[in-house]
Design a protein around this ligand. Structure first.
Ligand SMILES: [Cu+2]
Length: 130
């Protein structure tokens, strides 16, 4: 190892520097590509679109049970609880609300994000006229 380095230096110091610099850059790039330590933007996380109806909300748990349509590429239509990425988003929800939202897969856990109420429970059925 020591003799190798010496011979490199003898061949030309600037070239060795460049090679080491290039190797370092490649290592850094690979590290960033494969390491979980690398900074990830929120856009790196898998994201799906959910359309469904709120069945119940558990503010303490930060979860809402959603009766949702099939999520192509992720899961069938079902009723299940989801944790909210931002639990305070749940405060605006009521059982019976129709929503659309993003499902963000954060380290394997699906989180409700960007919740939009598309139909309020209280306004869903006008009283029938006699
Ligand atoms: Cu599900």
């Amino acid at each position: 190892m020591r003799s190798d380095r010496k011979s490199c230096v003898r061949q030309g110091g600037w070239r060795t520097q460049r090679t080491v610099g290039a190797l370092f850059a490649i290592c850094l790039a690979l590290t960033m590509a494969f390491s979980g330590c690398a900074k990830r933007t929120s856009d790196d996380r898998p994201r799906y679109h959910l359309v469904g109806k709120v069945v119940s909300i558990d503010i303490n748990d930060g979860t809402a049970t959603i009766d949702h349509q099939a999520i192509p590429g992720y899961m069938e239509a079902m009723t299940m609880p989801y944790a909210a990425e931002n639990p305070s988003d749940l405060k605006k929800l009521e059982p019976g609300d129709e929503i659309k939202a993003d499902i963000v897969i954060d380290q394997g856990v699906p989180l409700l994000s960007n919740i939009v109420i598309t139909g309020k429970a209280t306004a869903e059925k006008p009283v029938a006229k006699p």
